[in-house]
Design a binder for this molecule. Sequence first.
Ligand SMILES: [Mg+2]
Length: 377
Amino acid sequence: MTMPTIVKVEIEGFTWDVKGLTHGRAYHYDPDSTLTRRAAGIRIYADNGAVGEYASWGTDPTAVAGMAERYLGENPLDRERFYQGIKASPVVAMYDIALWDLAGKMTGLPIHALIGTYRTKVPAYASTIDGAVKGPLSTPESYADFAEQCREMGYRGFKIHPFAWRDVRTHIDAVLALGRRVGGTMDLMLDSYCLYETFADALKVGRACDEAGFYWYEDPYSDGGITPFSHARLREMIRTPLLQGEKVSTVEQRMDLILQKATDFVRGDLRLHGLTGTLKLAHAAESVGMDIEPHSSGPEQLHFMAAVKNANYYEVVWVHPNVPDFAPPIYKNVNLTRLDCIDEGGMIAVPDGPGLGVEYDWDYISKHSTGKIECSA
Ligand SMILES: [Mg+2]
């Protein structure tokens, strides 16, 4: 059988404006501000006519173009070989996901069917923009108000990132306010993003999570999950499950966090290890009875979840009552990133067309282009 060959790679950088957003310690709501964000789209062409497509925010188009030589003239189905060369890289992950899309287009199958389908709908959680200094989500009670709004929409999971407040006491107040208002009816998560500076602060907030019955406590403090010992110790002192992994770079290090009893859930990063690497972590975690939770929103996360059993929630990331569009409007046929992307049961359907199943809006991307780079064999 003649194998296909990659003949051309096109990369297009683009920007979009998010009204009401500013960047401080992390993303914050500010009604007077507009933040211009950057992304890149990739199209990989094979000599059999199949085209793999993908777009992702936060990736530098020049760096993506700089990697094209590695793929040109090669078989687009050699995803495992490409992964084994460079295991943890946002640029390589972008190629990996686009190559899975290409394989789906070649066969006419959605990616989850290529891997082996487990389900075609998954539960989603609302993952909020960080606590702001004004407007909604600027007080502990306003987080509880938004959680109630999300619950009415159908959400069964709600996560806070209360970064804007430097005082740990305020974080504890937000955790307890959520527990009082929606505890027992929603799965509540806290992502401190490693911003608590001491183990003692992490422990204090963890005990509040226990009191409020939180579902997970993510990246508790500035150790960053790098010392498994400290998180194993934290796990002995609190009851709330920890979610770790986002801050260590490789699949192997994340598995070590599990094996050293430093976490209860492991983070899966499709945009760092691709679908190829994240599936390895999912299967390794499953073999020791652990769950993996995919990071961020997009079609790749949905196909991943559709093909594994041991993942609980799709993250609808960076939502806020007054910021409807954190992500760029790049899919013509589906809504995967807005707060209203779920059904009344809190579920989101996995796109069912070939490959990723999304139709990218290349007209929108070229209207907002920062430059297109073409690389040919
Ligand atoms: Mg996180």
